[in-house]
Design a binder for this molecule. Structure first.
Ligand code: LMR
Length: 396
């Protein structure tokens, strides 16, 4: 009888918000919790290019027999071209399909552990699942506080100074674009400085690219990752299609590994395939098949990119409208204007987060992270008013 030795684990706080929001009867409640894109009506629609690809898949898919631990090779190839362009020689990159970006990160963590990498350095705050995921796989997370919530600034010098403590070969996690949870990315100069630093110190970059196309545009959002990969002999890149293809629950992602040469790459891929086999055997197919159909068809690709651009514009407009609220109490909303993508984290205390939920039906992560896509344009003035009400009531 071993189960009695287990201790109860807390619910994931972010996922708990989904249930709390659903149970709230107030018609004007606002869900700024989990990171999904929403349209002005609050829906997370299936993208039209995805619907078209799904129809084609339904009509034409010849078999559902196993594809192997690598998944859909056409998907992996098309995605590699899209993400990496001609940044590095194609024979230095191997890749495989994974269950979502989380599956890619998990595989990256296990590969690092297998290669004897004991620690990964992570700028803090980061996605709440990063540290537990690496820890669970045997790679100890080391956090470097480097984001200031009040000014919404990324402290590049502080980040690099924190990395000074890293030993050669240790890993460093980098958000490719649209930082989750802050929304602030390095600029081009900052990316180059990070690339030069990790190359000089022989650190192993792990780029988490989960929001390509939702920040400054499709290629602009890959520029940081490309700068890093161009500078180093070895790197890992975890890719998620959840947000930019709207495929969330289909768990569609990929892991790419950059090696110094094709022979090393072959060995790396053999390890990744063995790890995948021992984890999930084969990844789920549907989402990857849909992405492949889209990326192999120029007309569907254009349709998808146009829709993604509409989503990106909506996020930018919402962010600008939110920021126009300026300083309310101690919160300077103008500072969020410099961010991109779905998230910003406001310098709110847990008491304030709870108060906004109880009093105004505004739901966000306990850290003060907001999913900007959760707003409708009409909800933003209400949010400004709620912050005013909070300041007037002296809630701290
Ligand atoms: C988020 O950060 O809200 C999303 O990436 C969903 C998740 O799995 O946490």
């Amino acid at each position: 009888m071993r189960f009695a030795t287990l201790t109860r684990q807390p619910d994931d706080p972010l996922l708990r918000i989904i249930g709390q929001h659903a149970a709230d009867p107030r018609p004007d409640k606002v869900d700024l919790g989990v990171g999904v894109f929403r349209d002005e009506e609050g829906h997370t629609p299936v993208m039209t290019a995805v619907k078209a690809a799904e129809a084609r898949l339904l009509a034409e898919q010849p078999s559902k027999s196993y594809l192997g631990p690598e998944g859909d090779k056409g998907f992996v190839r098309a995605l590699a071209t899209l993400v990496l362009a001609d940044t590095v020689a194609a024979d230095r990159v191997v890749g495989l399909q994974t269950p979502g970006g989380t599956g890619a990160l998990r595989l990256a963590a296990e590969l690092l552990a297998r290669a004897g990498v004991a620690r990964i350095w992570i700028g803090s705050p980061s996605w709440a699942n990063h540290a537990p995921l690496f820890k669970q796989a045997g790679v100890e997370p080391a956090l470097i506080p480097c984001y200031d919530l009040t000014s919404q600034m990324f402290d590049l010098d502080g980040f690099l100074a924190g990395l000074d403590k890293a030993a050669e070969g240790e890993a460093v996690l980098l958000h490719g674009c649209c930082h989750n949870p802050i929304g602030i990315d390095p600029d081009a100069t900052g990316w180059q400085a990070i690339a030069d630093y990790v190359a000089r110190r022989a650190l192993t970059p792990v780029v988490d690219l989960a929001y390509q196309g939702l920040g400054d545009g499709f290629d602009a959002d890959a520029a940081g990752a490309r700068t890093i990969l161009a500078a180093v002999p070895e790197a890992l890149l975890a890719y998620s299609c959840d947000k930019n293809f709207g495929l969330y629950r289909e768990r569609t992602g990929a892991l790419f590994a950059l090696s110094p040469d094709a022979d090393t790459g072959g060995v790396v891929l053999s390890n990744l395939l063995a790890l995948a086999r021992a984890n999930w055997s084969m990844p789920p197919d549907h989402g990857a098949a849909v992405v492949r159909i889209i990326l192999e068809d120029p007309a569907l690709t254009q349709e998808w990119r146009d829709e993604l651009e509409t989503m990106r514009r909506r996020l930018a407009d919402l962010r600008a409208t939110l920021a126009a609220g300026g300083r309310i109490g101690t919160i300077d909303l103008a500072a969020v204007a410099g961010g991109k993508g779905m998230f910003a984290t406001l310098p709110l205390s847990p008491t304030q987060v709870e108060w906004l939920r109880d009093r105004h039906g505004i739901y966000m992560a306990g850290s003060g992270r907001i999913n900007i896509a959760g707003f409708s344009m009409a909800a933003i003035p209400r949010f400004h008013d709620a912050l005013r009400d909070m300041a007037a009531n002296g809630v701290v």
